[in-house]
Design a protein around this ligand. Sequence first.
Ligand SMILES: *Cc1c(COP(=O)(O)O)cnc(C)c1O
Length: 380
Amino acid sequence: MYDQVIDFIRDIYDEKGYIPLHEPKFIGNEKKYLSDCIDSTFVSSSGRFIDDLEEHLAHFTGAKYVVATSNGTAALHISLLLAGVSLNDEVITQPLTFIASCNAINYCGAKPLFIDVDRDTMGLSPEALSSFLSANTKVIGKQCINKLTGRVIKACVPMHTFGHPCRIDEIKEICDLNNIKLVEDSAESLGSFFKGRHTGTFGQLGVISFNGNKVITGGAGGCILTDDKDLFKKARHLTTTAKIPHKWEYNHDEIGYNYRLPNIIAALLMAQLENLDAFLINKKKLTENYKDFFSSKKDIEFVQGIEESSPNNWLNSIILKDLSQRDIFLEETNHNGIMTRPIWTLMNKIDMFKDCYCDSIENSLWLNDRVVNIPSSVIV
Ligand SMILES: *Cc1c(COP(=O)(O)O)cnc(C)c1O
């Protein structure tokens, strides 16, 4: 039934064997920098690669400050703590996300509160956010109180799904009006811009991941973006065990975290970062090819995001218009050695978050039943 799709994907990848969803490419200075790093003996929590990486990421994203972390989840955890999220608070996020967004909220002792996504961006819907807030919350003093639970809604964590920017400017405006801190989960969207501005730089804090399946990877790694010097200093402090800088004394002024990115991972990432522009061009071309191909398929919609956005094309996705076709497509492609996968299980359906408040999530449910990711690795 989907022979044409399978042939097309085999053709563009020029591959007869297994085709993964997204595999890393190490085609630059990776081995050289790793070797330099080992020779320097600075493989751990300090070294020139970390400093270089933070500087280059700030330049690329336009964020004033960048703090490199051990992974994206750690970056989210620290960002939420710095947004003031603490025990019994609530944090708005979308049910259609990777579990890290919700885990990080829980690490702070807070609970996620699920609001629907837009159908076209697959990211948090400003409309749904605004109507939830006006119906159910009041701002007292400087705090947004959820009238349904009496709890404080401290922060909002929208996510740029598969690298497609959500309507982040509108979300920012709504958050500001309601005294809610904006922490962007831009884990998937390094290289994605909205109205010319890099994702992750709209909120007080933004987070990027360098996990193995992301656009570039160090095997692990992440970072926090912010324009606020004070938040930057605190982020650096908290991610380095809250140690008070001193040449030989070990003293700490609060409970900190061992979340600093190791220099050896930064070395790998610096080599990857040098290829980022080329990867993005390569991925864009692949996306254009897919778009052309699927434009003639009546039963399949290729997901393109919205006009104001310039996505990194991290993971390409399609919508199987006929509900009954998704599993057939998944079975046929995977059976034929082409990895495809459905969107994540919605967070409100996961055991640990079943009791969290969930607004009406029509679009999330609709997308959840139909969206499938298709192979998206850089083609070399
Ligand atoms: C990858 C990812 C993260 C965090 O990633 P780490 O694996 O901890 O680096 C967070 N949120 C989303 C949406 C992600 O896709």
